[in-house]
Design a protein around this ligand. Structure first.
Ligand code: 5AD
Ligand code: SF4
Length: 365
Protein backbone atom coordinates (compact mmCIF):
# COMPACT_ATOMS: atom_id res chain seq x y z
CA UNK A 1 0.00 0.00 0.00
CA UNK A 2 1.23 3.44 -0.92
CA UNK A 3 1.99 5.20 2.41
CA UNK A 4 1.20 8.63 0.97
CA UNK A 5 -2.38 7.58 0.22
CA UNK A 6 -2.89 6.83 3.91
CA UNK A 7 -1.27 10.13 4.88
CA UNK A 8 -3.54 12.11 2.62
CA UNK A 9 -6.68 10.28 3.71
CA UNK A 10 -5.90 11.10 7.35
CA UNK A 11 -5.33 14.80 6.70
CA UNK A 12 -7.69 17.36 8.15
CA UNK A 13 -7.50 19.49 5.00
CA UNK A 14 -6.97 17.89 1.61
CA UNK A 15 -5.56 20.49 -0.79
CA UNK A 16 -5.50 20.74 -4.57
CA UNK A 17 -2.17 18.95 -4.86
CA UNK A 18 -3.43 16.08 -2.70
CA UNK A 19 -6.54 15.83 -4.87
CA UNK A 20 -4.46 15.61 -8.02
CA UNK A 21 -2.48 12.82 -6.42
CA UNK A 22 -5.66 10.94 -5.44
CA UNK A 23 -7.05 11.33 -8.97
CA UNK A 24 -3.99 9.56 -10.33
CA UNK A 25 -4.19 6.48 -8.05
CA UNK A 26 -4.34 3.03 -9.58
CA UNK A 27 -5.35 -0.51 -8.59
CA UNK A 28 -5.18 -1.26 -4.85
CA UNK A 29 -4.55 2.39 -4.05
CA UNK A 30 -7.70 3.57 -5.78
CA UNK A 31 -9.63 0.73 -4.10
CA UNK A 32 -8.35 2.09 -0.79
CA UNK A 33 -9.69 5.53 -1.76
CA UNK A 34 -13.12 4.09 -2.62
CA UNK A 35 -13.33 2.13 0.64
CA UNK A 36 -12.36 5.15 2.68
CA UNK A 37 -15.02 7.26 0.91
CA UNK A 38 -17.55 4.49 1.59
CA UNK A 39 -16.75 4.64 5.30
CA UNK A 40 -17.09 8.42 5.33
CA UNK A 41 -20.46 8.16 3.58
CA UNK A 42 -21.75 5.55 6.04
CA UNK A 43 -20.65 7.62 9.02
CA UNK A 44 -21.90 10.98 7.74
CA UNK A 45 -25.03 10.41 5.69
CA UNK A 46 -25.73 6.71 6.26
CA UNK A 47 -26.43 4.02 3.69
CA UNK A 48 -29.56 5.50 2.21
CA UNK A 49 -29.97 6.39 -1.42
CA UNK A 50 -32.70 8.91 -2.27
CA UNK A 51 -34.72 8.80 -5.46
CA UNK A 52 -35.48 11.94 -7.45
CA UNK A 53 -37.91 11.17 -10.26
CA UNK A 54 -36.58 12.93 -13.35
CA UNK A 55 -39.04 14.66 -15.68
CA UNK A 56 -37.44 15.93 -18.90
CA UNK A 57 -40.00 18.65 -19.54
CA UNK A 58 -38.80 20.04 -22.88
CA UNK A 59 -35.86 19.56 -25.25
CA UNK A 60 -36.25 23.04 -26.70
CA UNK A 61 -33.07 24.97 -25.93
CA UNK A 62 -31.95 28.47 -26.86
CA UNK A 63 -28.29 27.67 -26.25
CA UNK A 64 -25.56 26.05 -28.27
CA UNK A 65 -23.14 24.40 -25.85
CA UNK A 66 -20.54 22.59 -27.99
CA UNK A 67 -20.94 19.25 -26.19
CA UNK A 68 -24.71 18.84 -25.97
CA UNK A 69 -26.95 16.86 -28.32
CA UNK A 70 -30.03 19.03 -27.82
CA UNK A 71 -28.21 22.30 -28.58
CA UNK A 72 -30.35 24.72 -30.55
CA UNK A 73 -28.57 24.21 -33.88
CA UNK A 74 -29.00 20.44 -33.90
CA UNK A 75 -31.88 19.82 -36.29
CA UNK A 76 -31.91 16.07 -35.80
CA UNK A 77 -34.32 15.90 -32.86
CA UNK A 78 -38.00 16.54 -32.90
CA UNK A 79 -38.58 19.27 -30.34
CA UNK A 80 -41.23 18.64 -27.68
CA UNK A 81 -42.72 20.07 -24.51
CA UNK A 82 -44.70 17.82 -22.20
CA UNK A 83 -48.31 18.71 -21.55
CA UNK A 84 -49.37 19.57 -18.01
CA UNK A 85 -51.19 16.23 -17.86
CA UNK A 86 -48.04 14.32 -18.81
CA UNK A 87 -46.04 16.13 -16.13
CA UNK A 88 -48.76 15.53 -13.56
CA UNK A 89 -48.87 11.84 -14.40
CA UNK A 90 -45.12 11.50 -13.87
CA UNK A 91 -45.30 13.51 -10.64
CA UNK A 92 -48.15 11.32 -9.45
CA UNK A 93 -46.09 8.21 -10.17
CA UNK A 94 -43.26 9.60 -8.03
CA UNK A 95 -45.67 10.52 -5.25
CA UNK A 96 -47.52 7.20 -5.26
CA UNK A 97 -44.26 5.26 -5.23
CA UNK A 98 -42.94 7.23 -2.30
CA UNK A 99 -40.06 8.89 -4.15
CA UNK A 100 -40.79 12.03 -2.12
CA UNK A 101 -38.97 14.14 -4.64
CA UNK A 102 -38.83 15.00 -8.34
CA UNK A 103 -36.56 16.98 -10.68
CA UNK A 104 -37.99 19.02 -13.54
CA UNK A 105 -35.33 19.49 -16.19
CA UNK A 106 -35.42 21.23 -19.56
CA UNK A 107 -33.36 22.88 -22.24
CA UNK A 108 -32.85 26.54 -21.40
CA UNK A 109 -35.80 28.80 -22.25
CA UNK A 110 -36.80 32.09 -20.73
CA UNK A 111 -39.97 33.15 -22.52
CA UNK A 112 -42.84 34.40 -20.41
CA UNK A 113 -44.95 31.43 -21.48
CA UNK A 114 -42.25 29.01 -20.33
CA UNK A 115 -41.65 30.64 -16.95
CA UNK A 116 -45.36 30.88 -16.20
CA UNK A 117 -46.00 27.29 -17.32
CA UNK A 118 -43.40 26.14 -14.80
CA UNK A 119 -44.93 28.29 -12.06
CA UNK A 120 -48.36 26.82 -12.76
CA UNK A 121 -47.04 23.28 -12.74
CA UNK A 122 -45.31 23.85 -9.42
CA UNK A 123 -48.56 25.06 -7.89
CA UNK A 124 -50.52 22.15 -9.38
CA UNK A 125 -48.08 19.55 -8.09
CA UNK A 126 -48.17 21.08 -4.63
CA UNK A 127 -51.94 21.22 -4.58
CA UNK A 128 -52.26 17.62 -5.67
CA UNK A 129 -49.68 16.19 -3.28
CA UNK A 130 -50.45 18.42 -0.31
CA UNK A 131 -46.93 19.84 -0.52
CA UNK A 132 -45.45 16.43 0.24
CA UNK A 133 -43.42 16.08 -2.96
CA UNK A 134 -40.17 18.07 -2.91
CA UNK A 135 -39.33 19.70 -6.23
CA UNK A 136 -35.92 20.37 -7.74
CA UNK A 137 -35.58 22.52 -10.85
CA UNK A 138 -32.88 22.17 -13.47
CA UNK A 139 -33.94 24.82 -15.97
CA UNK A 140 -30.76 26.75 -16.65
CA UNK A 141 -29.97 30.42 -16.17
CA UNK A 142 -32.95 32.67 -15.43
CA UNK A 143 -33.52 36.13 -13.99
CA UNK A 144 -33.55 36.69 -10.23
CA UNK A 145 -37.25 37.48 -10.53
CA UNK A 146 -37.93 34.08 -12.12
CA UNK A 147 -35.91 32.23 -9.49
CA UNK A 148 -38.00 34.01 -6.84
CA UNK A 149 -41.32 33.28 -8.53
CA UNK A 150 -40.52 29.59 -8.82
CA UNK A 151 -39.29 29.44 -5.25
CA UNK A 152 -42.49 31.06 -4.05
CA UNK A 153 -44.49 28.62 -6.19
CA UNK A 154 -42.89 25.79 -4.23
CA UNK A 155 -39.54 24.75 -5.74
CA UNK A 156 -36.99 23.86 -3.06
CA UNK A 157 -33.80 22.98 -4.84
CA UNK A 158 -32.07 24.11 -8.03
CA UNK A 159 -29.40 22.38 -10.06
CA UNK A 160 -27.15 24.43 -12.30
CA UNK A 161 -23.91 22.82 -13.33
CA UNK A 162 -20.95 25.13 -13.72
CA UNK A 163 -19.85 22.49 -16.31
CA UNK A 164 -16.16 23.35 -15.77
CA UNK A 165 -14.81 25.73 -13.13
CA UNK A 166 -11.90 26.93 -15.28
CA UNK A 167 -13.10 30.02 -17.23
CA UNK A 168 -10.70 29.52 -20.14
CA UNK A 169 -11.76 25.89 -20.56
CA UNK A 170 -15.39 27.07 -20.39
CA UNK A 171 -14.68 29.33 -23.37
CA UNK A 172 -13.44 26.38 -25.40
CA UNK A 173 -16.66 24.47 -24.75
CA UNK A 174 -19.19 27.21 -25.44
CA UNK A 175 -19.74 29.88 -28.08
CA UNK A 176 -17.91 33.08 -27.10
CA UNK A 177 -21.07 35.21 -27.08
CA UNK A 178 -22.80 36.92 -24.20
CA UNK A 179 -25.35 34.13 -23.85
CA UNK A 180 -22.73 31.64 -22.74
CA UNK A 181 -20.52 33.30 -20.14
CA UNK A 182 -18.83 31.71 -17.18
CA UNK A 183 -19.37 34.90 -15.21
CA UNK A 184 -23.16 34.77 -15.68
CA UNK A 185 -23.18 31.16 -14.55
CA UNK A 186 -21.32 32.04 -11.37
CA UNK A 187 -23.70 34.92 -10.73
CA UNK A 188 -26.66 32.60 -11.27
CA UNK A 189 -25.34 30.23 -8.60
CA UNK A 190 -25.04 33.07 -6.14
CA UNK A 191 -28.54 34.39 -6.92
CA UNK A 192 -29.96 30.92 -6.37
CA UNK A 193 -28.32 30.75 -2.99
CA UNK A 194 -29.61 34.21 -2.13
CA UNK A 195 -33.16 33.21 -3.11
CA UNK A 196 -33.10 30.39 -0.57
CA UNK A 197 -32.76 27.28 -2.71
CA UNK A 198 -30.67 24.27 -1.81
CA UNK A 199 -28.20 24.72 -4.60
CA UNK A 200 -26.56 22.00 -6.64
CA UNK A 201 -23.89 22.30 -9.26
CA UNK A 202 -21.58 19.94 -11.10
CA UNK A 203 -19.13 19.34 -13.90
CA UNK A 204 -18.39 17.00 -16.77
CA UNK A 205 -15.39 14.74 -16.40
CA UNK A 206 -12.94 13.66 -19.09
CA UNK A 207 -13.60 16.47 -21.57
CA UNK A 208 -11.19 17.26 -24.37
CA UNK A 209 -8.60 19.85 -23.19
CA UNK A 210 -9.39 19.13 -19.50
CA UNK A 211 -6.47 18.31 -17.18
CA UNK A 212 -6.29 16.58 -13.79
CA UNK A 213 -5.46 20.01 -12.35
CA UNK A 214 -8.78 21.30 -13.77
CA UNK A 215 -10.67 18.46 -12.09
CA UNK A 216 -8.92 19.11 -8.77
CA UNK A 217 -9.92 22.76 -9.15
CA UNK A 218 -13.52 21.69 -9.79
CA UNK A 219 -13.63 19.87 -6.45
CA UNK A 220 -12.04 22.86 -4.68
CA UNK A 221 -14.63 25.08 -6.38
CA UNK A 222 -17.51 23.04 -4.86
CA UNK A 223 -15.89 23.33 -1.45
CA UNK A 224 -15.21 27.08 -1.76
CA UNK A 225 -18.79 27.65 -2.83
CA UNK A 226 -20.01 25.56 0.12
CA UNK A 227 -22.41 23.85 -2.26
CA UNK A 228 -25.28 21.62 -1.00
CA UNK A 229 -25.52 19.08 -3.83
CA UNK A 230 -23.38 17.91 -6.71
CA UNK A 231 -24.20 15.99 -9.88
CA UNK A 232 -21.26 15.18 -12.11
CA UNK A 233 -20.45 12.53 -14.62
CA UNK A 234 -18.31 11.59 -17.58
CA UNK A 235 -18.45 13.58 -20.78
CA UNK A 236 -19.88 11.46 -23.60
CA UNK A 237 -19.24 12.49 -27.17
CA UNK A 238 -22.17 13.18 -29.50
CA UNK A 239 -21.72 13.15 -33.26
CA UNK A 240 -24.06 16.08 -33.91
CA UNK A 241 -21.99 18.50 -31.83
CA UNK A 242 -18.91 20.62 -32.56
CA UNK A 243 -16.88 18.84 -29.87
CA UNK A 244 -17.16 15.54 -31.76
CA UNK A 245 -14.18 16.71 -33.84
CA UNK A 246 -11.95 16.42 -30.76
CA UNK A 247 -12.99 12.90 -29.75
CA UNK A 248 -9.46 11.62 -30.33
CA UNK A 249 -8.34 13.77 -27.37
CA UNK A 250 -10.61 11.97 -24.90
CA UNK A 251 -9.49 9.60 -22.17
CA UNK A 252 -10.70 6.02 -22.81
CA UNK A 253 -14.22 5.08 -21.72
CA UNK A 254 -12.84 3.09 -18.77
CA UNK A 255 -10.57 6.02 -17.90
CA UNK A 256 -13.51 8.46 -17.83
CA UNK A 257 -15.54 6.13 -15.62
CA UNK A 258 -12.62 5.64 -13.28
CA UNK A 259 -11.99 9.40 -13.04
CA UNK A 260 -15.69 10.01 -12.38
CA UNK A 261 -15.83 7.51 -9.52
CA UNK A 262 -12.66 9.01 -8.05
CA UNK A 263 -14.19 12.48 -8.26
CA UNK A 264 -17.23 11.22 -6.32
CA UNK A 265 -15.06 9.49 -3.72
CA UNK A 266 -12.82 12.52 -3.13
CA UNK A 267 -15.82 14.85 -2.97
CA UNK A 268 -17.48 12.64 -0.35
CA UNK A 269 -14.28 12.85 1.72
CA UNK A 270 -13.83 16.62 1.45
CA UNK A 271 -17.57 17.49 1.73
CA UNK A 272 -18.90 14.62 3.86
CA UNK A 273 -22.49 15.80 4.42
CA UNK A 274 -23.61 17.00 0.98
CA UNK A 275 -25.85 15.14 -1.47
CA UNK A 276 -24.00 13.58 -4.39
CA UNK A 277 -25.76 12.06 -7.39
CA UNK A 278 -24.85 8.85 -9.16
CA UNK A 279 -25.55 10.14 -12.67
CA UNK A 280 -27.00 8.45 -15.74
CA UNK A 281 -23.88 9.37 -17.72
CA UNK A 282 -21.88 7.04 -15.44
CA UNK A 283 -24.24 4.20 -16.25
CA UNK A 284 -24.03 5.02 -19.95
CA UNK A 285 -20.32 4.32 -20.05
CA UNK A 286 -20.40 1.41 -17.60
CA UNK A 287 -23.49 -0.69 -16.79
CA UNK A 288 -22.27 -0.85 -13.19
CA UNK A 289 -21.24 2.83 -13.12
CA UNK A 290 -24.00 4.09 -10.86
CA UNK A 291 -23.54 1.26 -8.35
CA UNK A 292 -19.81 1.98 -8.26
CA UNK A 293 -20.55 5.66 -7.61
CA UNK A 294 -22.97 4.72 -4.83
CA UNK A 295 -20.36 2.57 -3.15
CA UNK A 296 -17.80 5.37 -3.41
CA UNK A 297 -20.04 8.02 -1.85
CA UNK A 298 -23.05 8.97 -3.98
CA UNK A 299 -26.43 9.02 -2.19
CA UNK A 300 -28.91 10.27 -4.80
CA UNK A 301 -30.20 8.64 -7.97
CA UNK A 302 -32.57 10.10 -10.57
CA UNK A 303 -34.81 7.44 -12.14
CA UNK A 304 -36.22 8.70 -15.43
CA UNK A 305 -39.99 9.31 -15.36
CA UNK A 306 -40.23 11.09 -18.73
CA UNK A 307 -42.94 9.44 -20.87
CA UNK A 308 -41.07 6.84 -22.93
CA UNK A 309 -42.15 8.20 -26.34
CA UNK A 310 -40.16 11.43 -25.79
CA UNK A 311 -36.92 9.98 -24.52
CA UNK A 312 -35.27 9.46 -27.89
CA UNK A 313 -35.45 13.21 -28.33
CA UNK A 314 -33.73 14.09 -25.06
CA UNK A 315 -30.33 12.70 -25.88
CA UNK A 316 -27.78 15.16 -24.49
CA UNK A 317 -25.29 12.41 -25.31
CA UNK A 318 -25.46 9.17 -27.28
CA UNK A 319 -26.18 5.64 -26.05
CA UNK A 320 -28.21 6.92 -23.11
CA UNK A 321 -29.53 3.78 -21.38
CA UNK A 322 -33.08 2.84 -20.36
CA UNK A 323 -34.75 4.95 -23.04
CA UNK A 324 -37.34 2.22 -23.52
CA UNK A 325 -37.82 1.27 -19.87
CA UNK A 326 -41.12 2.00 -18.19
CA UNK A 327 -40.82 3.59 -14.70
CA UNK A 328 -41.72 0.28 -13.00
CA UNK A 329 -38.87 -1.60 -14.66
CA UNK A 330 -36.36 1.12 -13.84
CA UNK A 331 -37.51 1.31 -10.24
CA UNK A 332 -37.35 -2.44 -9.70
CA UNK A 333 -33.92 -2.87 -11.21
CA UNK A 334 -32.58 0.10 -9.24
CA UNK A 335 -34.03 -1.33 -6.04
CA UNK A 336 -32.29 -4.62 -6.68
CA UNK A 337 -28.94 -3.07 -7.56
CA UNK A 338 -28.94 -0.65 -4.66
CA UNK A 339 -29.71 -3.45 -2.21
CA UNK A 340 -26.99 -5.56 -3.79
CA UNK A 341 -24.58 -2.69 -3.19
CA UNK A 342 -25.48 -2.84 0.52
CA UNK A 343 -27.56 0.36 0.62
CA UNK A 344 -31.27 0.94 1.07
CA UNK A 345 -33.66 3.38 -0.59
CA UNK A 346 -34.88 6.36 1.43
CA UNK A 347 -38.52 5.91 0.43
CA UNK A 348 -40.85 8.59 1.71
CA UNK A 349 -38.01 10.86 2.82
CA UNK A 350 -37.11 14.14 1.21
CA UNK A 351 -33.43 13.41 1.70
CA UNK A 352 -32.48 17.06 1.96
CA UNK A 353 -28.81 17.87 1.94
CA UNK A 354 -27.65 17.68 5.57
CA UNK A 355 -25.11 20.28 4.65
CA UNK A 356 -27.88 22.73 3.72
CA UNK A 357 -29.72 22.02 6.96
CA UNK A 358 -26.64 22.78 9.02
CA UNK A 359 -25.76 25.91 7.08
CA UNK A 360 -29.13 27.57 7.40
CA UNK A 361 -29.31 26.91 11.11
CA UNK A 362 -25.75 28.16 11.68
CA UNK A 363 -25.72 31.31 9.61
CA UNK A 364 -28.40 33.11 7.73
CA UNK A 365 -26.63 34.31 4.62
N1 5AD B 1 -21.92 14.32 -22.03
C1 5AD B 1 -22.15 14.32 -20.71
N2 5AD B 1 -22.93 15.22 -20.07
C2 5AD B 1 -23.52 16.16 -20.85
N3 5AD B 1 -24.34 17.17 -20.53
C3 5AD B 1 -24.67 17.82 -21.65
N4 5AD B 1 -24.07 17.24 -22.71
C4 5AD B 1 -23.34 16.21 -22.24
C5 5AD B 1 -22.50 15.25 -22.83
N5 5AD B 1 -22.28 15.23 -24.14
C6 5AD B 1 -24.68 17.50 -19.15
C7 5AD B 1 -24.32 18.95 -18.83
C8 5AD B 1 -25.65 19.58 -18.45
C9 5AD B 1 -26.45 18.38 -18.01
C10 5AD B 1 -27.92 18.57 -18.02
O1 5AD B 1 -26.06 17.38 -18.92
O2 5AD B 1 -23.45 18.96 -17.72
O3 5AD B 1 -25.56 20.53 -17.42
FE1 SF4 C 1 -29.03 23.65 -23.75
FE2 SF4 C 1 -28.22 22.66 -21.37
FE3 SF4 C 1 -27.65 21.38 -23.67
FE4 SF4 C 1 -26.42 23.71 -23.11
S1 SF4 C 1 -26.24 21.76 -21.91
S2 SF4 C 1 -27.31 23.13 -25.07
S3 SF4 C 1 -28.06 24.83 -22.08
S4 SF4 C 1 -29.67 21.72 -22.78
Amino acid sequence: MNPSVENILQKEYIDKEDIQFLLSLENADSERLFHHAHEVKTAQVGNKVFFRGLIEYSNICTKNCYYCGIRMDNGRYQRYTLSDDEVMEAARYAYEHNFASIVIQSGEQSSKSFTSAIGNLLRKIHAETGGKLHITLSLGEQTEETYKRWYEAGAHRYLLRIEVSNPSLYLKLHPGDNRHTHKARLEALSLLRKTGYQVGTGVMIGLPFQTTADLADDLCFFRDLDIDMVGMGPYIEHEDTPLWEYRNLLPSVAGRVDLSIKMVAILRIIMPDINIAATTAMQTLDPKGREKAIFAGANVIMPNLTPVQYRDNYLLYQNKPNVKDQPDETRKSLEKNIRAAGDEIGYGEWGDSRHFGKRITNDEF
